[in-house]
Write a protein that binds this ligand. Structure first.
Ligand code: AMP
Length: 172
């Protein structure tokens, strides 16, 4: 964990003044850190029968794909509006710096699925709550929620349903 932490880059005032952006590109470009992330995330879900990992555009695609691969699960993208080609479900939400909409393919998840929702950073939790509500409409057996980094001071965890057993590798 210390090895991953040492590779996270803090970028001040991005994308706007007052935000300390947790940049994970410096983690992903390091072979050992990337491998450690895949291993550490998969250890959390190893015996849980996970069938799909849902990654949130765009930084959630990286850790989400690695986690899906490690677990032998499928990968499902949650994307910004107008990017997914087939029929979608949509949700709008507030985030730390603005308002946004996300979409998921209507046929992406079934009632037989056990799902992990993954994103790189938990800030206010608005993005993940919207993604949770989208996936919940498809009525899977179970939904877990996971992050690489949790910004504890913003208390995004409080917004998320306890039944999703929220986990993160690193808390600041
Ligand atoms: P939120 O909905 O506030 O939890 O925001 C989470 C989304 O915004 C995630 O997709 C993060 O990648 C991104 N994000 C928000 N705040 C930060 C931050 N301080 N550092 C890095 N990413 C952030």
């Amino acid at each position: 964990m210390e090895y991953i932490k040492a590779h996270v880059r803090d970028v001040m005032d991005f994308p706007k003044k007052g935000i300390v952006f947790k940049d994970l590109t410096t983690v992903f470009k390091d072979p050992r850190a990337l491998h450690t992330i895949g291993w550490d995330l998969s250890q959390i879900y190893r015996d849980k029968g996970v069938t799909k990992v849902v990654g949130i555009e765009s930084r959630g695609f990286i850790g989400g794909s690695i986690l899906a691969f490690e677990l032998g699960a499928g990968f499902v993208p949650v994307r910004k509006p107008g990017k997914l080609p087939a029929d979608t479900l949509k949700a709008s939400y507030d985030k730390e710096y603005g308002t946004d909409t996300i979409e998921i393919h209507r046929d992406a998840i079934t009632e037989d699925d056990i799902v992990v929702l993954h994103d790189d950073v938990l800030a206010t939790g608005g993005t993940m709550l919207a993604a949770y509500n989208l996936v919940k409409q498809m009525n899977p057996k179970k939904i877990y929620i996971n992050f690489i980094i949790e910004l504890g001071a913003l208390n995004g965890r409080a917004l998320l349903p306890a039944e999703a057993e929220v986990t993160s590798l690193i808390t600041y």
